[in-house]
Design a protein around this ligand. Sequence first.
Ligand SMILES: C[S@@+](CC[C@H](N)C(=O)[O-])C[C@H]1O[C@@H](n2cnc3c(N)ncnc32)[C@H](O)[C@@H]1O
Length: 201
Amino acid sequence: MVLGFNWVGLVGVFYDFFMYFFGWLFLDGWREVLGERAEGCVLEVGVGTGLNLPFYRGVDGVVGVDSSLGMLGRGVDRCLDLDVGFDVSFLLMSVESLGFRDSCFDTVVSSFLLCNVDSGRGLGEIERVLRPGGRLLLLEHVRPENRFLDFLFRLVNPVSVWVLGDDLRGEPVKYLEERGFRIDCVKRFGGFLLFVECRVE
Ligand SMILES: C[S@@+](CC[C@H](N)C(=O)[O-])C[C@H]1O[C@@H](n2cnc3c(N)ncnc32)[C@H](O)[C@@H]1O
């Protein structure tokens, strides 16, 4: 056994600290919409530190997958502190290679993940594990419509892509349409954020 400071766990602590302000400002309202729209057996991809967990209502259970142990560890701590009232499992797994059988989830939730991954492979896997008619609920940042904000995003994006692998000017609706998802609802908020509800047919 190696005793020492848990550096891996710090990733999640920093993330929560960073997101606290945005949550208070407007994000928690949209996390609530995600949670209310989710139903049945839910897969949350890129679950991170589990910031969506307090907002699920009446689901049968949630399986959260993420590729970072530090983020998942924080998610487990959050879950132990909350009494969510449904089963939650956390798995270290990439959205690009989901270890589940076909058509086994009613809802897939993804918040701020698609811009980090190969959207084609990730969406292909999501499509595979969703049952026919199952819903994908998405929160994502997109290219801002405001030209000044877009100019700032253009400046910052190369650093964001290089350091975090995070494309701030992604086009999630285009990726979803290319993949054949049926888009039921798209709502823009906060100038550069998007809520999308879509389904596989
Ligand atoms: C910006 S955070 C979003 C976390 C959480 N969904 C939220 O709304 O706060 C992106 C998360 O995606 C995870 N991630 C990145 N690439 C991934 C992949 N290929 N498969 C699964 N998770 C991934 C990261 O570890 C991180 O926890």
